[in-house]
Design a binder for this molecule. Structure first.
Ligand SMILES: [Zn+2]
Length: 453
């Protein structure tokens, strides 16, 4: 499902719209490669830096070589004469968002994420293709968000598809070393790993400096996963599926999560999407975002969605019970000071890339997070996770000098209304500025290429 043709189209479109991407050269502060050297200045903008809950009114932000080089009151900042000036008075500038649970089922989805202001992605079912994609994006050979990728799923049971089967201690040891050598950023664990194998995976992963992320293996159980300091549990529903479904245990689970130092992707939108498909499948296919998905992905949604399950009634009942449980859990985790991360599971059935990221932000506000707390899950918390577990030199998630210039220019204040974050007038990724109209043109090109397939 990896189409080079559409990417070639996209590449050509971008070059004609935004000018050629210049190769990097030597600079004083470790430059990004493949980024534009021309400075861009956001003049007179209200900065939402996301380092704390504040707005810096009437500031000017200067970007060069893909990095933020100055942030200060407009009166004190001199805009370089060669800079492209963006008059941003009355607008708001915030960091691009990170979606920490994606499945890139085709490369064109990178554009959908950008169009929705998602500038960092964590693929949670990696393949060699994702490792290569990560390198090409980082080198500026491809235009798109910054990518991190976990290993393929490690699971018990017989091997099937791209799942790595780990049923013995020996297989577990070999698997961890292999995933490390293959260049993955994390080890993804799944439902049917035994406690014996899980213990070895966790110990080996620590040795290899690979964070363990993903599900809660059912026979291991959530308490034991938390005692093992698994880096990330994705999704919140894992607590419901692997622990007692008794809400009175939520407070204790939240405390144990904090003590374990485990981060959590609540992924409420995942449950919501399942319930929506059960109620109105055709409504999902009629969604305006559907035309930006490749025909292969849409065909996949037709054949693997909740309505096709053999246990559909049981599943529906389970999801309806899981939803309020995960809502209450999410708020308890936030109150306990657990690091929550924004994530969606897109583009599994019913979850549109980028659009789902914003639906999840609204879900988080609905459960009781403030807009600042909700936006933190996709900005400062995201970089905190990467710095702790993957790359201590990561620089995104806040607006500050030295950070990678992944920025959203918004018409209103997202700290007052989180919905503003999905109304970007323009998106900057690695210093490359694209207006909403330019992004839309690129998406239309990609959609019409799909329509002809
Ligand atoms: Zn997933």
């Amino acid at each position: 499902m990896k189409t080079l043709r559409a990417w070639a189209l996209l590449g050509a479109g971008l070059l004609s719209l935004a000018g050629a991407l210049l190769p990097g050269c030597a600079h004083e502060v470790q430059p990004l490669t493949g980024v534009s050297e021309r400075a861009v200045a956001f003049v007179g903008v209200n900065v939402v830096p996301m380092d704390s809950e504040r707005v810096l009114a009437d500031h000017t932000v200067i970007v060069r070589n893909g990095l933020i080089t100055s942030v200060g009151p407009s009166a004190e900042i001199t805009v370089p004469p060669d800079a492209e000036r963006i008059d941003a008075r009355g607008r708001y500038l915030m960091p691009g968002l990170a979606d920490f649970h994606v499945h890139l089922h085709s490369d064109e989805q990178l554009l959908s994420y950008l169009a929705h202001g998602v500038t960092t992605l964590f693929e949670l079912d990696g393949s060699p293709h994702h490792v290569q994609l990560r390198q090409e994006l980082a080198a500026g050979q491809r235009f798109g968000p910054t990518l991190y990728t976990s290993s393929p799923l490690l699971d018990g049971g017989p091997p099937g598809g791209k799942v790595v089967s780990v049923t013995t201690p020996e297989q577990a040891r070999i698997a961890v070393v292999r995933q490390k050598l293959a260049g993955y950023d994390a080890l993804k664990v799944y439902d049917n790993i035994t406690p014996e194998v899980y213990a070895i995976l966790v110990a080996m992963a620590r040795q290899q400096h690979l964070p363990v992320v993903g599900h809660v293996p059912r026979t291991v159980g959530v308490e034991s996963v938390l005692r093992s300091h698994q880096a990330l549990i994705s999704h919140g529903e894992e607590y419901f599926l692997s622990a007692s479904r008794d809400e009175s245990r939520i407070a204790a689970l939240a405390r144990a999560t904090k003590e374990g130092g485990t981060s959590v992707v609540p992924d409420l939108v995942h449950i919501h999407a399942a319930l929506r498909m059960l109620k109105d499948l055709e409504g999902v296919f009629a969604d305006p975002e559907a035309r930006y998905l490749s025909p292969e992905v849409l065909r996949n949604w037709r054949y693997s969605n909740p309505t096709r399950r053999v246990d559909v009634a049981e599943f529906a009942e389970r999801e309806r019970a899981a939803y309020p449980f995960v809502q209450h859990l999410t708020l308890a985790l936030q109150k306990e000071g657990v690091r929550l991360l924004l994530g969606t599971n897109a583009s599994d059935a019913g979850l549109f890339p980028g659009r789902s990221t914003h639906l999840e932000l609204s879900e988080l506000v609905e459960v009781g997070l403030t807009p600042y707390e909700a936006l933190s899950t996709g900005t400062r918390n995201a970089v905190g996770f990467i710095k702790e577990h993957v790359d201590p030199t990561a620089r995104f998630g806040t607006v500050a000098v030295g950070q990678r210039a992944d920025l959203l220019l918004l018409p209103g204040n997202p700290l007052e209304d989180v919905g503003q974050a999905d109304r970007a007038l323009g998106v900057m990724v690695r210093g490359q500025w694209l207006t909403r109209e330019q992004l839309q043109k690129l998406r239309e090109k990609s959609a019409s290429a799909f329509a002809q397939r």
